[in-house]
Write a protein that binds this ligand. Structure first.
Ligand code: ADP
Length: 188
Protein backbone atom coordinates (compact mmCIF):
# COMPACT_ATOMS: atom_id res chain seq x y z
CA UNK A 1 0.00 0.00 0.00
CA UNK A 2 1.37 3.43 -0.99
CA UNK A 3 0.32 6.40 1.12
CA UNK A 4 1.16 10.05 0.50
CA UNK A 5 1.18 12.54 3.39
CA UNK A 6 0.65 16.10 2.20
CA UNK A 7 0.47 19.31 4.19
CA UNK A 8 2.30 22.50 5.04
CA UNK A 9 5.64 22.55 6.89
CA UNK A 10 4.98 21.98 10.59
CA UNK A 11 1.73 20.06 10.03
CA UNK A 12 3.10 16.98 11.79
CA UNK A 13 3.63 14.75 8.75
CA UNK A 14 6.98 13.51 10.04
CA UNK A 15 5.62 12.51 13.46
CA UNK A 16 2.56 10.80 12.03
CA UNK A 17 4.57 9.25 9.19
CA UNK A 18 6.89 7.56 11.69
CA UNK A 19 3.93 6.21 13.71
CA UNK A 20 2.20 5.00 10.57
CA UNK A 21 5.37 3.33 9.34
CA UNK A 22 5.55 1.34 12.60
CA UNK A 23 1.85 0.52 12.63
CA UNK A 24 1.75 -0.72 9.03
CA UNK A 25 5.29 -2.13 8.80
CA UNK A 26 6.03 -0.03 5.72
CA UNK A 27 9.13 2.11 5.14
CA UNK A 28 8.74 5.87 5.54
CA UNK A 29 10.39 7.90 2.82
CA UNK A 30 10.82 11.65 3.43
CA UNK A 31 12.62 13.70 0.77
CA UNK A 32 13.37 16.39 3.39
CA UNK A 33 15.25 13.87 5.58
CA UNK A 34 17.04 12.34 2.62
CA UNK A 35 18.17 15.79 1.41
CA UNK A 36 19.31 16.86 4.89
CA UNK A 37 21.35 13.68 5.13
CA UNK A 38 22.89 14.33 1.70
CA UNK A 39 23.84 17.88 2.79
CA UNK A 40 25.36 16.56 6.03
CA UNK A 41 27.51 14.05 4.15
CA UNK A 42 28.44 16.48 1.34
CA UNK A 43 27.28 14.15 -1.45
CA UNK A 44 26.79 15.57 -4.98
CA UNK A 45 23.03 15.69 -4.30
CA UNK A 46 23.65 17.51 -1.02
CA UNK A 47 25.95 20.03 -2.69
CA UNK A 48 23.28 20.83 -5.27
CA UNK A 49 20.44 21.06 -2.74
CA UNK A 50 22.07 22.87 0.23
CA UNK A 51 21.61 26.57 -0.58
CA UNK A 52 18.14 26.08 -2.07
CA UNK A 53 16.93 24.18 0.98
CA UNK A 54 18.44 26.53 3.52
CA UNK A 55 16.67 29.47 1.89
CA UNK A 56 13.37 27.56 2.11
CA UNK A 57 12.88 27.06 -1.65
CA UNK A 58 11.95 23.80 -3.34
CA UNK A 59 14.67 21.63 -4.84
CA UNK A 60 14.25 20.97 -8.60
CA UNK A 61 11.74 18.40 -9.80
CA UNK A 62 14.50 16.53 -11.70
CA UNK A 63 16.56 15.98 -8.56
CA UNK A 64 13.52 14.92 -6.56
CA UNK A 65 12.19 12.52 -9.19
CA UNK A 66 15.66 10.96 -9.41
CA UNK A 67 15.74 10.20 -5.68
CA UNK A 68 12.16 8.90 -5.74
CA UNK A 69 12.99 6.56 -8.65
CA UNK A 70 15.98 5.20 -6.71
CA UNK A 71 13.90 4.75 -3.56
CA UNK A 72 11.12 2.87 -5.36
CA UNK A 73 13.65 0.49 -6.89
CA UNK A 74 14.76 -0.73 -3.46
CA UNK A 75 13.45 -4.15 -2.40
CA UNK A 76 12.25 -2.65 0.89
CA UNK A 77 9.75 -0.53 -1.08
CA UNK A 78 8.12 -3.50 -2.80
CA UNK A 79 5.20 -3.80 -0.36
CA UNK A 80 4.51 -0.07 -0.34
CA UNK A 81 5.89 3.17 1.03
CA UNK A 82 4.72 6.00 3.28
CA UNK A 83 5.62 9.05 1.16
CA UNK A 84 6.15 11.83 3.69
CA UNK A 85 6.17 15.32 2.14
CA UNK A 86 7.57 13.80 -1.06
CA UNK A 87 5.29 15.35 -3.70
CA UNK A 88 5.38 19.16 -3.69
CA UNK A 89 4.67 20.23 -7.25
CA UNK A 90 2.30 19.09 -10.00
CA UNK A 91 5.20 17.82 -12.19
CA UNK A 92 6.31 15.70 -9.20
CA UNK A 93 2.77 14.33 -8.78
CA UNK A 94 2.70 13.40 -12.48
CA UNK A 95 6.22 11.92 -12.32
CA UNK A 96 5.45 9.79 -9.25
CA UNK A 97 2.22 8.62 -10.85
CA UNK A 98 4.14 7.47 -13.96
CA UNK A 99 6.85 5.81 -11.86
CA UNK A 100 4.30 3.90 -9.80
CA UNK A 101 2.33 2.91 -12.88
CA UNK A 102 5.48 1.58 -14.59
CA UNK A 103 5.90 -0.70 -11.56
CA UNK A 104 2.26 -1.81 -11.62
CA UNK A 105 1.50 0.13 -8.43
CA UNK A 106 -0.70 3.09 -7.47
CA UNK A 107 -0.88 5.80 -4.80
CA UNK A 108 -3.60 4.18 -2.67
CA UNK A 109 -4.24 6.98 -0.18
CA UNK A 110 -3.47 10.70 -0.17
CA UNK A 111 -3.86 12.21 3.30
CA UNK A 112 -3.99 16.00 3.62
CA UNK A 113 -2.90 17.34 7.02
CA UNK A 114 -5.02 20.39 7.87
CA UNK A 115 -3.58 22.86 10.40
CA UNK A 116 -4.25 26.55 11.03
CA UNK A 117 -1.52 29.09 10.21
CA UNK A 118 -1.26 30.12 13.87
CA UNK A 119 -0.57 26.49 14.84
CA UNK A 120 2.05 26.10 12.12
CA UNK A 121 4.01 29.17 13.14
CA UNK A 122 3.90 28.10 16.78
CA UNK A 123 5.10 24.57 15.99
CA UNK A 124 7.92 25.73 13.69
CA UNK A 125 9.17 28.23 16.29
CA UNK A 126 9.16 25.48 18.94
CA UNK A 127 11.01 23.09 16.60
CA UNK A 128 13.63 25.70 15.82
CA UNK A 129 14.56 25.97 19.48
CA UNK A 130 14.88 22.16 19.73
CA UNK A 131 16.37 21.05 16.40
CA UNK A 132 18.17 24.23 15.26
CA UNK A 133 17.34 23.61 11.57
CA UNK A 134 18.76 26.34 9.32
CA UNK A 135 15.44 26.56 7.43
CA UNK A 136 13.40 27.12 10.60
CA UNK A 137 14.60 30.74 10.88
CA UNK A 138 11.75 33.23 10.31
CA UNK A 139 12.74 34.28 6.77
CA UNK A 140 13.14 30.68 5.55
CA UNK A 141 9.88 29.68 7.26
CA UNK A 142 8.06 32.45 5.36
CA UNK A 143 9.60 31.23 2.08
CA UNK A 144 8.63 27.60 2.83
CA UNK A 145 5.03 28.58 3.59
CA UNK A 146 4.91 30.58 0.37
CA UNK A 147 6.35 27.62 -1.59
CA UNK A 148 3.67 25.43 -0.04
CA UNK A 149 0.83 27.78 -0.97
CA UNK A 150 2.03 28.47 -4.49
CA UNK A 151 3.46 25.12 -5.57
CA UNK A 152 2.21 22.38 -3.24
CA UNK A 153 -1.39 23.39 -2.45
CA UNK A 154 -2.35 22.94 -6.17
CA UNK A 155 -1.14 19.32 -5.86
CA UNK A 156 -4.19 18.67 -3.64
CA UNK A 157 -6.55 19.55 -6.53
CA UNK A 158 -4.49 17.36 -8.84
CA UNK A 159 -5.01 14.36 -6.56
CA UNK A 160 -8.69 15.27 -6.12
CA UNK A 161 -9.14 14.64 -9.82
CA UNK A 162 -6.78 11.61 -9.89
CA UNK A 163 -8.14 9.22 -7.28
CA UNK A 164 -9.19 11.48 -4.41
CA UNK A 165 -7.82 12.73 -1.09
CA UNK A 166 -8.76 12.39 2.58
CA UNK A 167 -8.45 15.38 4.89
CA UNK A 168 -7.13 14.87 8.40
CA UNK A 169 -7.70 17.41 11.16
CA UNK A 170 -4.07 17.61 12.31
CA UNK A 171 -4.70 19.85 15.35
CA UNK A 172 -4.69 17.97 18.64
CA UNK A 173 -2.56 15.53 20.59
CA UNK A 174 -0.24 13.24 18.64
CA UNK A 175 -2.31 10.18 19.65
CA UNK A 176 -5.58 11.82 18.64
CA UNK A 177 -4.24 12.71 15.20
CA UNK A 178 -2.78 9.19 14.84
CA UNK A 179 -6.22 7.72 15.60
CA UNK A 180 -7.78 9.94 12.90
CA UNK A 181 -5.15 8.75 10.43
CA UNK A 182 -5.91 5.09 11.19
CA UNK A 183 -9.65 5.74 10.84
CA UNK A 184 -9.07 7.45 7.50
CA UNK A 185 -7.25 4.31 6.32
CA UNK A 186 -10.05 2.10 7.58
CA UNK A 187 -7.77 0.55 10.20
CA UNK A 188 -9.49 1.60 13.41
P1 ADP B 1 9.12 21.06 5.44
O1 ADP B 1 7.97 20.13 5.77
O2 ADP B 1 9.25 22.15 6.41
O3 ADP B 1 9.14 21.50 4.03
P2 ADP B 1 11.10 19.00 5.05
O4 ADP B 1 12.11 18.49 5.99
O5 ADP B 1 10.06 18.05 4.58
O6 ADP B 1 10.46 20.26 5.73
O7 ADP B 1 11.83 19.59 3.75
C1 ADP B 1 12.91 20.50 3.89
C2 ADP B 1 13.29 21.09 2.54
O8 ADP B 1 13.70 20.05 1.64
C3 ADP B 1 12.19 21.81 1.77
O9 ADP B 1 11.98 23.12 2.22
C4 ADP B 1 12.75 21.75 0.35
O10 ADP B 1 13.80 22.66 0.15
C5 ADP B 1 13.35 20.36 0.29
N1 ADP B 1 12.38 19.34 -0.21
C6 ADP B 1 11.92 18.26 0.47
N2 ADP B 1 11.07 17.55 -0.28
C7 ADP B 1 10.99 18.18 -1.48
C8 ADP B 1 10.29 17.94 -2.70
N3 ADP B 1 9.48 16.89 -2.85
N4 ADP B 1 10.46 18.82 -3.71
C9 ADP B 1 11.27 19.88 -3.60
N5 ADP B 1 11.97 20.17 -2.48
C10 ADP B 1 11.84 19.33 -1.44
Amino acid sequence: MNILLLGPPGAGKGTQGALLSQALGLPRFATGDLLRDAVKHGTPLGLRAKAVMEAGHLVSDDLILGVIRAELAKPVAAQGVIFDGVVRTIPQAQGVDELLRSLGRTMDHVLIFDVTDAQLLQRLAARRSVEGRADDDPAAVATRLQAYRQQTAPVISWYETHGGVTRIDAVGLVDEVAARVMRALGRA
